[in-house]
Design a protein around this ligand. Structure first.
Ligand code: MN
Length: 229
């Protein structure tokens, strides 16, 4: 970009399992309260709501198993283990029936959350970015192509902290399924190749501390390991 007044920031990418090629990330959409038991633990009725989404910034990704630096401005950072859904096709008003055609593959991600700041924002009716869209707030593994593993509809999802299971669920507990989320999002946004959807977290969210070792797992997809520093 010869006429740019400074060097543009690089486009964030995700690695692809067993490949030298990479997945360039466009946007990160995150669904809220998509597992009933997590909605209940956060004080909500899981039966009454349409899905809702917030975004993280693509450059919030933390890849390659790098350490998660405990972020500033908070005393209560929570882990949320999630299946990441990576799109290689987009569109508007995508039919639920064909939505999985948009999916390139899957990864294992954490939606790291400054819960205290998110709580203050909720209470004040303010946006969630300060709680959700901060540096390194989206650790993610490499992607595994759907061509290799298909489209997981069930399977274990869990997170261990220092070897102890904190979150545990099954992908089949998602209230809004992946094709439904793609269809719903595409009624409000133009989805693009490179978009990533974090598909929600099962119950058991809780705080992390410096020195913790996190290990997240989604059956048939990947294991995410990192340290909080
Ligand atoms: Mn989440």
């Amino acid at each position: 970009m010869a006429n740019a007044i400074f060097e543009p920031n690089p486009i964030p990418t995700l690695a692809i399992k067993d490949s030298d090629r990479v997945f360039p990330v466009h946007r990160i959409y995150c669904v809220g309260r998509n597992y009933a038991d997590h909605a209940i633990e956060m004080g909500h009725d899981p039966n009454k709501e349409l899905p809702f989404f917030f975004q993280k910034n693509p450059d919030n990704l933390l890849t390659g198993g790098r350490d998660f630096p405990y972020p500033p401005g908070t005393n209560n950072v929570h882990h949320e283990i999630e299946l990441a859904v990576a799109l290689h096709k987009g569109g508007i008003d995508i039919a639920v029936e064909s939505a999985l055609d948009c999916v390139f593959g899957y990864g294992v991600a954490l939606d790291m959350t400054r819960r205290d700041l998110q709580g203050q924002a909720k209470k004040a009716g303010r946006p969630w970015e300060v709680g959700k869209a901060f540096e390194h707030s989206a650790p993610c593994t490499y992607l595994v192509p759907a061509a290799e593993i298909g489209h997981p509809e069930h399977g274990d999802i869990w997170l261990k902290v220092n070897g102890e299971v904190r979150q545990q669920g099954d992908l089949n507990q998602m209230i809004w399924k992946i094709p439904e989320m793609i269809g719903y999002l595409s009624a409000f946004f133009e989805l693009k190749p490179g978009d990533v959807i974090l598909s929600g977290t099962p119950a058991g969210v809780g705080p992390v501390q410096r020195g913790d070792q996190l290990e997240g797992y989604v059956e048939n997809v990947a294991t995410l390991k990192l340290a909080v520093v």
